[in-house]
Design a protein around this ligand. Structure first.
Ligand SMILES: NC(=O)C1=CN([C@@H]2O[C@H](COP(=O)(O)OP(=O)(O)OC[C@H]3O[C@@H](n4cnc5c(N)ncnc54)[C@H](OP(=O)(O)O)[C@@H]3O)[C@@H](O)[C@H]2O)[C@@H](O)CC1
Ligand SMILES: Nc1ncnc2c1ncn2[C@@H]1O[C@H](COP(=O)(O)OP(=O)(O)O)[C@@H](O)[C@H]1O
Ligand SMILES: [K+]
Length: 517
């Protein structure tokens, strides 16, 4: 699903009204009817108090139009106009007049007004600011936002939580509505998925308001949301006459004394991701551990007992995954440096391989094109330096990936894969995955996919999706706290199977007569 910028949404709005020959207020009417239908379906006329807080722009206009529909269906509403500017939008004014015609008089709130009492079982509709916010709100509006956040009432935001900017980071995090549910027009916004602003969106849903389909489908966006539909388009089916050579040979290179487990996890994950062969290359101490615990995996050892000191081998792998548990001993750095200078195989680099690159930036020029790097936030900071906020981080990563022609996997709650100036935002995964070794599993999965012939970008995007999906399936049996990295590997098969599961269709109830032929 495309993640449009505010500029693109305004453009879609313009093109839609022009092509469909409708006025802006008709589009607002469509939007507010969608909001109303969503609420009415769930509330079925329940007499719960609904407080609608509306700004003076089009987001407020949506709120005022929604208030009219709720009123006409007998809902118990209170409408407030948050009067933060004199510049009211035209469509807001049209809808305000329509509401007044129905004898509903909003409460006009100004800076020195008392804050309204809100019960914790009430519902708040947040239509204060939409994607048109362009500066930090005034202090009294921030006070109102805080008051709503502290009310414990359920908050339903129109389009975007008020105070969040769709394409940049807010400066004041006290000035943002903490939404329980966001009904976002046409598509969600990138900001819903970033670590700083994501916590303001508990749940979201996109409402189709019929924006021009040609514009939406032909417009390139800087970010895309990755779900099942998107990964199904890259999935490569297994062929009947295939043999293990068809699916590539992964070499997993890493480990040090006390961290052999990292190599075990990556190697096993690569195999479960479907590659034909896996060899692990690790310090001698790891030999028996690997051969005993993972009989399907071949092992090569360094001459050193505890660390990697020399990376040379006779085998011909399809792709090499490096860095898990490897350490940053001087001898390992030397070995990794000379390996990079002579290597021509595609690479997936994680953990200490990234840490070494961060300290020895001269080595970056030896990365083969399309190398995949999978840093967690600390490793990323070592690699690209500190960032001011999430948007600054994304821009820095795009620059780094362009400069070094690589794919960067920004790991986190919504992992984002970056290549060629575009970001792919993953939707699977859960906090149970914040556990030792889950990153090692991801490197293994991506390496396993790359070996099977997936492009670097597709291996990263699909690998991140499968990893998260395996976590989502695993958590149903383990719960968040007791999930461990091995559970991700055990559920990788289920994650593959889930790709082809069709959601169950609701069955007609027995009471309903069957349709006549
Ligand atoms: N195609 C779609 O998706 C459709 C979208 N629709 C809806 O339109 C919404 C966008 O509406 P919008 O452009 O009128 O902006 P909105 O967010 O209501 O802000 C109002 C104005 O306030 C101002 N302002 C900004 N920051 C401020 C601040 N801190 N303190 C004080 N003032 C501030 C600023 O004006 P300025 O003062 O800068 O001139 C701004 O213009 C969108 O989110 C969706 O709900 C639907 O109606 C149907 C189709
Ligand atoms: N809250 C979360 N939601 C979803 N995924 C998460 C969350 N926390 C961590 N993960 C995922 O778990 C993995 C952790 O990687 P990493 O920190 O490198 O672990 P390790 O070094 O222990 O192997 C990443 O793929 C990350 O995206
Ligand atoms: K809003």
């Amino acid at each position: 699903m495309k993640l449009f910028s505010a500029k693109q949404i305004y453009k879609a709005d313009q093109i839609t009204t022009k092509k469909q020959g409708i006025a802006g207020e008709e589009l607002m009417e469509r939007a507010s009817l969608q909001l109303f239908n969503w609420m009415h379906l769930r509330m079925q006329g329940a007499p719960v108090k609904i407080h609608l807080f509306c700004g003076i722009g089009n987001n407020g206009g949506d709120g005022i139009a929604l208030a009219r529909h709720l009123l006409e269906h007998g809902y118990n509403i209170a409408v407030y106009v948050v009067n933060y500017s004199e510049k009211r939008s035209e469509d807001f004014l049209i809808n305000l007049a329509r509401l007044k015609e129905r004898k509903c008089w909003p409460n006009f709130m100004n800076s020195d007004d008392e804050l309204p009492v809100i019960g914790k079982d009430d519902i708040i509709v947040d239509g204060i600011f939409g994607i048109g916010i362009n500066r930090t709100p005034d202090a009294w509006v921030i006070k109102l936002i805080q008051h709503l956040n502290n009310s414990q009432a359920f908050i339903l935001s129109i389009d975007i939580p008020s105070g969040l900017f769709s394409d940049q980071s807010p400066k004041d995090f006290d000035a943002i509505i903490k939404s329980n549910y966001v009904l976002s027009f046409q598509a969600p916004k990138l900001t819903f998925f970033l670590p700083e602003s994501g916590p303001y969106v508990e749940q979201w849903e996109a409402l189709d308001i019929g924006l021009d389909v040609d514009y939406l489908s032909s417009t390139e966006t800087a970010y895309e949301l990755i779900g099942k539909n998107e990964v199904l388009t890259v999935y490569r089916p297994r062929e009947k006459y295939a043999h293990k050579g068809t699916y590539g040979h992964v070499l997993i290179l890493g480990g040090s004394y006390g961290k052999i487990g990292a190599v075990c996890l990556s190697s096993k994950a690569a195999l479960h991701a479907g590659c034909g062969l896996v060899t692990a290359y690790l310090p001698a101490v790891g030999y028996s551990i690997l051969q005993t615990s993972l009989p399907e995996i071949m092992v090569l050892t360094d001459k050193d007992e505890k660390i990697i000191t020399d990376i040379t081998f006779e085998i011909d792998p399809t792709i090499i995954g490096v860095g898990m548990g490897m350490g940053t001993d001087d001898k390992t750095i030397m070995a990794f440096g000379s390996f990079l200078k002579s290597n021509e195989k595609p690479l997936v680099l994680d953990a200490d391989a990234i840490n070494i690159l961060s300290k020895h930036k001269d080595l970056l020029k030896h990365l083969p094109k399309d190398t995949i790097l999978t840093p967690h936030p600390k490793e990323l900071e070592r690699l690209i330096g500190k960032w001011k906020n999430d948007f600054d981080k994304l821009n820095k990563v795009k620059k780094f990936s362009d400069q070094h022609q690589c794919v960067v996997v920004i790991k986190g709650a919504n992992t984002i894969v970056v290549q060629n100036g575009k970001g792919y935002v993953n939707t699977t995964g859960n906090p149970g995955m914040a556990t030792a070794g889950s990153g090692d599993v991801l490197t293994g999965i991506i390496s396993g996919l790359r070996a099977q012939g997936y492009s670097a970008l597709n291996a990263a995007v699909f690998g991140v999706y499968l990893h998260g999906k395996a976590g989502d399936i695993a958590v149903e049996k383990t719960g968040y706290q007791s999930m461990v990295a091995t559970d991700l590997i055990s559920n990788l098969g289920n994650a593959y199977l889930d790709l082809f599961q069709i959601p169950e269709q609701p069955q007609p109830s027995e009471a309903e007569p069957e349709a006549q032929q």
